[in-house]
Design a protein around this ligand. Structure first.
Ligand SMILES: [Zn+2]
Length: 323
């Protein structure tokens, strides 16, 4: 049985921890770390081959990339269901939390991790249902809820320049809102990067996009705008993407509200990836639908989840413009 004081003890890989601690070139280390899990079969090589290809779609400023990702399953599904230790808060449908260390050690004994500390300790794990190659999930060692935390994201982005650090809000794409987690990947050509933008103020741009997306290059202002938006009410959510390029920190805030849902996505609430322009089709039928309907379908999906209430308009036209 694992040590209750450190539930990730048996997950931590001494070799990768040592490579991280010694400051080895990060991209190589992370590539190796991901490859270990592909070679072990934890991430099926068929999935890797499948998701490597994208079909690109563009109509004016609207662009998205479509991938087949038929193996993408709920991360909580394992052939070995942990007997739910008393100190683990159950995940949905009575399943144990799949981000807790003792559950990972039991359900996916081949999964390894190492700890980083961007202002708070986080365990780096491979994302075993990846969208990108490589793709990582960073989880809190403790079973803490998914609070939005741009401070940690920015600190993390500075640790992995060029890499994307993302966080989904609960009921806005986060599959496990009961356990704090971020994701990291290195996609160099995310459609959101190339979306035209217009200024709302001297420091805040809005993307010309059917979702409501702000781009902010001043990290302090990004933190303030994110906090102010969430204060508008209990239904307010964010998807956040952060990346450090040439020492400049780029933050994308996707303004969300759980009152606005879509019939074009299985849970009604897609997350950061779809808003950033990546659509993962979970079957050949859905892939064919996206191929046939292209940007029109993408616009509809994004328009569905855009907050369209008056409070959001006032927030955008007064509060955001004051920065
Ligand atoms: Zn947990």
């Amino acid at each position: 049985m694992s040590d209750r004081r450190n539930p990730f003890q048996s997950v931590i890989d001494a070799q990768f921890q040592s490579r991280w601690d010694s400051g080895e070139a990060l991209r190589t280390l992370l590539d190796d770390f991901f490859d270990v899990h592909v070679r072990s079969g934890l991430i099926p090589s068929a999935t890797v081959a499948e998701i490597a290809g994208f079909s690109s779609h563009q109509d004016g400023p609207i662009a998205f990339k479509l991938q087949r990702n038929f193996g993408r399953v709920n991360r909580g599904v394992s052939s070995r269901i942990h007997p739910n230790p008393a100190y683990t808060i159950p995940f949905k449908d009575g399943m144990p939390c799949f981000c807790c260390g003792d559950v990972i050690a039991y359900q996916w004994p081949g999964e390894r991790g190492f700890q980083i500390n961007p202002g708070r300790p986080l365990i780096v794990l491979p994302n075993i249902s990846p969208i990108f190659l490589p793709h990582f999930t960073l989880v809190s060692p403790a079973h803490d809820p998914q609070m939005m935390d741009l401070h940690t994201m920015i600190a993390c982005a500075h640790l992995i320049p060029g890499g994307w650090v993302i966080q989904n809000g609960p009921d806005a794409g986060a599959t496990n809102p009961w356990h704090y987690h971020l994701q990291v990947f290195f996609e160099p050509d995310l459609p959101i990067q190339n979306c035209p933008a217009f200024p709302l103020s001297s420091t805040v741009d809005q993307l010309d996009h059917p979702a409501l997306i702000l781009k902010i290059t001043n990290p302090d202002i990004a933190i303030q705008v994110a906090a102010d938006y969430l204060k508008l009410g209990d239904t307010r959510r964010l998807n956040i993407l952060v990346r450090v390029i040439d020492d400049e920190c780029h933050t994308y805030l996707i303004l969300r509200d759980t009152r606005f849902r879509t019939a074009l996505y299985r849970s009604g609430q897609p997350g950061y990836a779809e808003s950033a322009g990546i659509i993962s089709a979970s079957s050949e039928l859905i892939y064919a639908q996206w191929m046939a309907e292209g940007c029109q379908r993408y616009c509809e999906l994004m328009s569905d989840i855009r907050p369209r209430d008056e409070e959001t308009e006032v927030f955008k036209s007064t509060r955001v413009r004051s920065f």
